[in-house]
Design a protein around this ligand. Structure first.
Ligand code: PEP
Ligand code: MN
Length: 347
């Protein structure tokens, strides 16, 4: 249920509404805009009689939430969310570049790749220590040893770490090192993992980068985010990384879904990150995919980079070398400046 207050409603009327909600044993989410307050009711709303809310002066309308996901929907919480990681801000007009290798392979590889990422001016460092691979014979990641190399690279460069949690048994160990928890495509539907991550991070509110399942609808994707939010952590970034269609495999690894960026931005206030690396599977396509995603209003990009892409043990074909990363960043920054100048979007 959403309660829309009249323009410039008195604070005491807002308080009356909040009291009635708490008397019913429910909780509320209050979004305060410049002149408009919207109150979202959380819990079993059948316990709350809409007519008893409607009669409070200052209430404009009482509406049912039409979306199955609530906390992450703009309908329920219309504000643009902002995520802070140290001095870095994501969302509400702040753009971030995340880059690094697909997997942490060795100390040297991680440090050299991180130095590239730093030189190029990215904001966050990525790298997988636990790798969910399609084949059990492929490199599975270095585990905690990899997290240690990531940490060393992070300390040297000052870049916060984004790294994947592949299972419930990995949450604690990854939390020891990570600044952002990544949940991969394959785990978007691991509901127990989503719940556990929400529960374990409800106090720290460490940001979570949730990737879209490669065959998930937008509704399924947002419901997955809701699982985390419902447990108490709403610091979620939504990451589009391409989906499976009939056009996957031969020319492109996935079908890029950057057309969904403005749809997500309309549907939710959460920051939207685009992954041109897994969307394309081809380093020669990363520049144009990145440019298109930035133009579509993405709040950030996550791009795979490697100090020596030819030798990478994971996703080398889609990993950029330093010169390509420089070119990509340069173009994306210019597009972004243009969007800001033109006031193309709400930020
Ligand atoms: C990755 O980021 O390296 C990764 C495994 O991504 P995805 O979950 O999108 O396949
Ligand atoms: Mn990868």
């Amino acid at each position: 249920m959403i309660i829309k207050m009249k323009k410039n409603a008195a604070q005491e009327d807002i308080q009356k509404v909040l009291n009635r909600i708490s008397e019913a044993g429910l909780s509320a989410n209050v979004s305060t805009g410049e002149s408009l307050t919207i109150i979202g009711v959380i819990g079993d709303v059948t316990l709350l009689r809409p007519d008893l809310i409607e009669e409070i002066s200052g209430v404009d309308a009482v509406m049912r939430v039409s979306r199955p996901y609530k906390l992450v929907s703009r309908e329920f919480n219309p504000v643009d969310r902002q995520i802070k990681i140290g001095s870095i801000t994501i969302g509400t007009g702040n753009f971030v570049m995340i880059s690094g290798p697909c997997a942490v392979e060795s100390r040297e590889q991680m440090l050299s790749s991180a130095r590239i990422v730093k030189r190029v001016g990215a904001d966050l460092l990525r790298g997988g220590a636990f790798k969910p691979r399609t084949s059990p014979y492929d490199f599975q990641g270095l585990g905690e040893e990899g997290l240690k190399y990531l940490k060393e690279a992070s300390e040297e460069t000052g870049l916060p770490i984004v790294t994947e949690v592949t299972g419930e048994d990995k949450i604690d160990i990854v939390l020891k090192y990570a600044d952002v928890l990544q949940i991969g495509t394959r785990n978007m539907r691991s509901y127990d993992l989503l719940k556990k991550i929400g529960e374990r991070t409800k106090d720290s509110k460490i940001p979570v980068l949730l990737k879209r399942g490669d065959n998930a609808t937008i509704t399924e994707f947002l419901n997955a985010a809701e699982y985390i939010a419902k447990e108490g952590n709403e610091n979620i970034m939504l990451c589009l990384r391409g989906i499976r269609t009939f056009e996957c495999g031969k020319f492109v690894r996935n079908t890029a879904d950057m057309g969904i960026i403005p749809v997500l931005k309309r549907e939710t206030g959460l920051p939207v990150i685009f992954d041109p690396s897994h969307s394309s599977g081809d380093r020669d396509l990363v520049l144009s995919y990145s440019a298109a995603a930035v133009a579509a209003g993405a709040d950030g990009l996550i791009i795979e980079t490697h100090c020596d892409p030819e030798t990478a043990s994971c996703d080398g074909k889609q990993s950029l070398a330093e010169n390509q990363l420089v070119q990509t960043f340069k173009l994306c920054r210019r597009i972004r400046e243009c969007l800001v100048q033109e006031k193309a979007y709400s930020w």
